[in-house]
Write a protein that binds this ligand. Structure first.
Ligand code: GDP
Ligand code: ZN
Length: 285
């Protein structure tokens, strides 16, 4: 870490160090923080105060993210619904609005993918960076919001950024190099301001949100928006919706009120959280 933070003030970008106390308090500035700083002149200063955060992500180090724009595509590279659902859970856990942004609709209209997320109660848009279709819908959703763009590599995140803001001059395919794995020590994250006043953090891949443990397994179902209407309606109060009798979630699945891929993702995440816990116990012993 270089130890510098760049604070955008009304007048300029100020290169700041953080007050030493932050490190002691284990509360270092994150990209997205609203801060106060003391001005040392020459566009340099010291961050003196970090305002309370709406949410924070440790990896990548981001805060105050309003919307998680989850990129997907039904054209190559086809996005695995599990990766979308995992990102949704990460976003929901942090009170961050998930937006499913399906790109490359000029190649594949992704009807099934789009239907899954609309039926599950999520905001979804279909766009093409190539033809410009649907870009206005995306712009409307992110205007004046602080967003993180994430998605599998090659899904078109940088193409979309370039298409919605031609001044946003990043060569297609460059972002992941610039922000990505090459630099092991400096995890460089930056917020870009688009013309529509959206602040965008481009984070390299789904794997960038490498959170390991996401939520307690008992909490997972409540992070699936489509499950919520059925929660509390199972025969057993502590139903995990796996193979218990009279399970309202599995009934909803059978009736088509919960989408199969969503339920499959739930099972997979549940299993992971379960394994995680066992592994944790083993290292404790
Ligand atoms: P990133 O890794 O998510 O940033 O993806 P890129 O923006 O680098 O795009 C990967 C490839 O997909 C490039 O060859 C783009 O030209 C192509 N691409 C991006 N968006 C679209 C689209 O909407 N339609 C089509 N046909 N190709 C696209
Ligand atoms: Zn149940």
């Amino acid at each position: 870490m270089s130890g510098f933070y760049y604070v955008k003030s009304a007048k300029a970008n100020i290169q700041c160090r953080a007050r030493g106390l932050f490190r002691l308090e284990k509360n270092v500035p994150l990209v997205g923080d609203y801060v106060e700083y003391s001005d040392a002149g020459n566009n340099e200063g010291v961050i003196t105060k970090i305002h309370p955060r709406r949410n924070k992500f440790v990896r990548p180090p981001l805060s105050n993210i309003d919307s998680m724009v989850i990129f997907a595509s039904a054209a190559i590279p086809i996005t695995d619904t599990y990766l979308i659902d995992r990102m949704i859970v990460i976003a929901e856990k942090s009170d961050c609005e998930p937006i499913i942004c399906i790109n490359k609709v000029d190649l594949n209209t992704a009807d099934d993918l789009y239907a899954i997320y609309c039926k599950s109660g999520y905001k979804a848009v279909r766009i093409s960076a190539l033809t410009g279709e649907g870009l206005d819908d995306l712009i409307n959703i992110i205007t004046k919001k602080t967003c993180a763009f994430t998605g599998n590599s090659g899904v078109g995140k940088s193409s979309v950024l370039n298409a919605i803001d031609p001044d946003f001059n990043i060569t297609v395919g460059d972002i992941s190099k610039k922000l990505g794995r090459g630099r092991h020590t400096t995890r460089h994250v930056e917020l870009f301001e688009l013309k529509c006043k959206a602040l965008v953090a481009d984070t390299p891949g789904f794997s960038a949100f490498d959170t390991g443990h996401i939520a307690k397994k008992e909490e997972l179902a409540s992070l699936f928006r489509d499950f919520i209407p059925f929660l509390g309606k199972c025969r057993f109060l502590d139903c995990m919706h796996i193979k218990e009798p009279d399970c309202a979630i599995r009934e909803a699945l059978d009736n088509g009120n919960i989408q199969r891929s969503r339920y499959d993702s739930y099972l997979r995440l549940y299993k992971q959280e379960q394994d995680f816990k066992e592994w944790e116990h083993k290292t404790d012993a």
